[in-house]
Design a protein around this ligand. Structure first.
Ligand code: OFO
Length: 169
């Protein structure tokens, strides 16, 4: 039996995942309007992944016989001073999300809720990858500096990213 506290914690995480999707969508729109189409694509794929993460938690709650608690999703920032600033925010945001996921894992252990613990481990692992990807992009943008050729190359590379459903049926 899943506790009310855990239903709230997982519902809050649905909100956090959908906020992440909203934030990355705003970042994608900003990059697109600044003509960084590849970076915009990467961020758009990121947004779709975040949405899938949120939807998957809703599915888990329903499977456990719980009713998810939905709440307002706050508006994201709409513009950034530069692409470097944008990726710094991606990295900081992913670290923040890792903290949220770890708190759910802690709660699951505290409540001896093995089903939630097993479920949330996927997200624990995912955050390792998310943080590594974000840090790599921060480093690559820093390396490129003001060199427009290198930024264009990075933009082209990120344009190749394709969405893969993390939870195919
Ligand atoms: Fe949901 O993975 Fe990033 O935050």
């Amino acid at each position: 039996m899943i506790s009310e506290k855990m239903v709230k914690a997982l519902s809050d995480q649905v909100n956090a995942e959908l906020y992440s999707a909203y934030l990355y969508l705003a970042m994608s729109a900003y990059a697109d309007s600044a003509e960084f189409k590849g970076i915009a694509n990467w961020l758009n794929v990121q947004a779709r992944e975040e949405q899938a993460h949120g939807t998957h938690i809703v599915k888990h709650l329903l499977e456990r016989g719980a009713v998810p608690v939905f709440a307002e999703i706050k508006a994201p920032q709409a513009s950034w001073g530069s692409i470097a600033e944008l990726f710094d925010m991606v990295a900081a945001h992913e670290k923040h999300v890792t903290g949220l996921i770890n708190k759910i894992a802690d709660l699951a252990l505290e409540e001896k809720d093995h089903a939630t613990y097993n479920f949330i481990l996927w997200y624990v692992n995912e955050q390792v990858e998310e943080e590594a990807n974000a840090e790599e992009l921060v480093a690559r943008v820093k390396l490129a500096g003001d060199h427009s050729g290198l930024i264009c190359h990075l933009d082209n590379t990120l344009g190749a990213r394709e969405f893969k459903d993390p939870f195919p049926d």
